[in-house]
Design a protein around this ligand. Structure first.
Ligand code: THG
Length: 368
């Protein structure tokens, strides 16, 4: 199999696009209508830098949907099942966004810049359209726009050293998902303590898309003595850490309880939000599936991610969403959405990955 994908004008380029090409990007995916680097041709090195050093990722595709105006806070709360009333200016929160049936349609990080300005840092679905429709139907006084703001992630145990060298020691005191608006010698940005890994790190939210290469090169230079290198959101590490991947682990009919986000769902508050009645109903009827980990026997997994059914006595009891070989555990691991009545100790689970039929053992997330 040999083919390439077209660079097409209806898919956007990140402000870091040229910089990643110059640094040897090997593959892109499309996420939120934008090209996102997925690897730089060195999977072992990229994983090692994330676990033991520091990596820089073009995640401009984590786009910002801005809610601005007098009713911005009302809309933000109506869009999510999580109680955000305690959020302070400068604080971010991980917020499930559900549809009216209670199914998960996005899992953004919500940044509160002020009482009248919020950003939803979205996963891969068009939440700006959803937000515009809801705001208009409810006559809310709020402007909704997709911003030209581009996160650059710096992840790994040495990320704080790199970011402190660039901005000062204060960055080490930032709490998880909190941020500060600042600049780097005139490059306007937010320093956010966040990122799609459990190895620690920051995201620089660039506010001037014309300065992507400049910011990329500044970070690269600051990280040089720490061995920084380019990478991308890492599937192996995210499976080990149990981070949710929206379109991968979640289908059109997955509720936040099944997805493992139940702790962010507030059914008891006075505020209404999209999906609240449906979520109450789903919860009271009992949650049928849950997101968990799976160990898989057999040869080292090398093939691309794919959804595979999980079988127990010839009955489908779950779906594997993504599999990887974990260098840390030296085992094949996977994320699975599985019937709640499959017992943790259950033996006899089978997954046919095409190359072999593998025995599988259920475990809790995260793996490590
Ligand atoms: N950074 C920013 N925006 C994003 C992502 C990001 N938007 C899209 C996507 N990623 C959103 N999804 C996630 C999923 C998990 C986490 C963050 C964003 C995450 N979860 C931690 C966990 O699950 O352990 C902590 C959650 C918590 O306890 O609050 O970090 O990466 N800007």
């Amino acid at each position: 199999m040999s083919f390439s994908m077209s660079i097409s004008p209806n898919v956007d380029k990140s402000p870091y696009f040229e910089a990643t090409v110059a640094d040897g990007v090997a593959a892109f995916a499309v996420y939120n209508h934008m090209y996102m680097p997925t690897n730089f041709g060195d999977p072992d090195g990229e994983y090692d830098r994330l676990l033991n050093g520091v990596a820089m990722w073009d995640v401009a595709c984590e786009r910002q949907v801005e809610l601005a105006g007098p009713d911005a806070g009302v809309l933000a709360q109506y869009l999510t099942a999580r109680d955000i009333s305690g959020a302070e200016n400068g604080q971010g929160k991980y917020v499930p966004v559900c549809d009216y049936d209670g199914f998960l349609i996005n899992d953004p990080v919500l940044l509160k810049l002020s009482a009248t300005q919020f950003w939803l840092s979205i996963a891969d679905s068009d939440i700006q359209l959803w937000a515009k429709a809801i705001a208009a139907e409810r006559n809310l006084d709020v402007r909704i726009s997709l911003l030209q703001v581009a996160p650059l992630a710096i992840q790994g145990p040495k990320a704080a050293d790199v970011v402190a060298d660039l901005f000062g020691e204060w960055v080490r005191e930032l709490r998880y998902f909190w941020f500060r608006e600042t600049d780097l010698d005139g490059i306007p940005l937010l320093v956010v303590r966040s990122g799609w890994s459990k190895q620690g790190g920051f995201e620089l939210f660039l506010r001037d898309p014309a300065r992507g290469t400049e910011l990329w090169d500044r970070v690269k230079a600051a990280g040089e003595s720490y061995g920084i290198g380019p990478g991308a959101p890492n599937d192996v590490e995210r499976i080990e850490s149990g981070l949710l991947s929206l379109r991968t682990d979640v289908d059109e009919r997955t509720d936040p309880f099944e997805a493992g986000l139940g702790k962010y769902v507030n059914l008891d508050g006075d505020d209404d939000f999209v999906g609240k009645a449906a979520l109450r109903d789903l919860f009271s009827r009992g949650i049928k599936r849950r997101r968990a980990g799976l160990f898989l026997s057999g040869q080292k997994i090398t093939q691309s991610p794919h959804a595979y059914p999980v079988m127990l006595d010839d009955v489908v009891v779950g779906t594997v969403s993504e599999i990887a070989y974990s260098p840390r555990l030296q085992r094949n691991i996977a994320i699975v959405l599985i019937d709640v009545d499959v017992d943790g100790e259950e033996t006899g689970l089978l997954v046919d990955t095409g190359d072999e039929v593998r025995t599988a053992g259920l475990t809790e997330l995260p793996f490590c």
